[in-house]
Design a protein around this ligand. Structure first.
Ligand SMILES: Nc1ncnc2c1ncn2[C@@H]1O[C@H](COP(=O)(O)OP(=O)(O)OP(=O)(O)O)[C@@H](O)[C@H]1O
Ligand code: SF4
Ligand SMILES: [Mg+2]
Length: 338
């Protein structure tokens, strides 16, 4: 059970008030985000432009969990890094709590309010720092005395089930415990939003469930919003209220979780569902995903999914399908049903 330390009493009481005033107004908005990277370039070859994210828009309300799911290399982490201000997009805006996020690297008024948890917690923990110092480090920007920071770190470590081990070093912990330390490090600044980038993919199934429960517990108590990134639709389905499906840099379908599992329309979403071991659906075999994800350096014309789509029509190769609403908060980018 999470017991929050006495530090940040003011923020805690604000969040308790917010809990009783739940609303759907957007807290974090990504508006028409495009991210291009310049790659290659040598004596023998020219630089090429890779489009990792192509006109992605999404919103996250206070206390909401939104899932972003797609194949490896489709641009999920790039969206995550842009959403928390680690990367400035080539085009588009990120609006947090009504204000534009400052460019990546600039001093930010939002520091600590949007946190990120990565797949590999070891990479975000300094091996030379004891875990108490690693966790307390996140509070340096808060102008808090060293002793107070350590006190808060011990308390938050106890909250995530790691009481009395603050003097130990990252290598002394298992993968699941290290992810708990990373979660403590994210929670200690009392963020409004956490971007979780494949937070459980490196963990055993039993530890995955414990970690997801810990994140859920923290959400209820702190009224956190999560952007939950994963290639695993089952995990996203368990954790999120709404799901966005991404393919080659674009969002191809967005709907409430229940709707994705019962009434997905986009053939790529249907293929992800068909790949789930326990998912039973008529024509499951027709939906199995064929071929590899094409390179983002050479995006297929019109509908990016057309070379792999079992339902491809002539128009799919000629014109990009529009993004349209087909039900309550259900959107799709596909020529079907038109
Ligand atoms: N800094 C960079 N420079 C050049 N290309 C990049 C950079 N970052 C990402 N990319 C490319 O952008 C595309 C999307 O990468 P991204 O890491 O966002 O995908 P992902 O969906 O998170 O994949 P995974 O599931 O494997 O983590 C990939 O082709 C990747 O090689
Ligand atoms: S637009 Fe056409 S090719 Fe693209 S997903 Fe829909 S049916 Fe398939
Ligand atoms: Mg990634």
């Amino acid at each position: 059970m999470l017991i929050f330390p006495e530090c940040n009493v003011e923020q805690r009481s604000q969040k308790t008030t917010r809990l009783s005033q739940a609303d759907d107004s957007p807290l974090l908005c990504l508006e028409h985000i495009t991210q291009r990277f310049s790659v290659g370039g040598s004596l023998w070859s020219r630089k090429k432009t890779l489009t990792a994210v192509d006109d992605v828009s999404l919103t996250l309300a206070r206390g909401e969990s939104v899932g972003l799911v797609g194949e490896s290399g489709c641009g999920k982490s790039t969206v995550g890094r842009i959403a928390c201000g680690l990367l400035s997009p080539s085009q588009g805006r990120v609006v947090f709590d009504g204000r534009d996020l400052p460019p990546a690297g600039a001093k930010s008024w939002a520091v600590g309010r949007i946190q990120m948890i990565f797949q590999d917690p070891a990479s975000s923990l300094n091996p030379r720092l004891c875990i108490r110092s690693s966790v307390a480090e996140a509070l340096i920007s808060k102008n808090m005395q060293c002793e107070k920071r350590k006190e808060c770190a011990d308390a938050i470590l106890a909250d995530v089930g790691l009481a009395g081990v603050g003097d130990r070093y990252p290598h002394e912990f298992s993968g699941g415990q290290r992810q708990r330390i990373a979660i403590a490090r994210a929670l200690i600044t009392r963020p409004d939003v956490i971007i979780c980038d494949e937070p459980v993919s490196a963990l055993d199934a039993s530890v995955q469930a414990q970690t997801l429960n810990l994140l859920r517990d923290a959400q209820t108590r702190l009224y956190l919003a999560y952007l939950f990134i994963s290639h695993n639709l089952a995990v996203v389905g368990f954790f999120c209220r709404r799901i966005l499906v991404m393919y080659l840099g674009q969002i191809v379908e967005e709907a409430p979780t229940e709707e994705i599992f019962t009434a997905a329309v986009h053939p790529f979403t249907q293929a992800l569902l068909a790949a789930m071991p326990n998912f039973t659906r008529k024509n499951k075999a027709d939906n199995v995903l064929r071929g590899e994800l094409p390179s983002p350096l050479a995006l297929p014309n019109a509908c990016h999914f057309h070379p792999r789509c079992p339902k491809v029509k002539e128009i799919c190769r000629k014109e990009a399908p529009p993004w349209r609403e087909i039900g309550q908060r259900h959107y799709v980018r596909c020529w079907q049903l038109l």
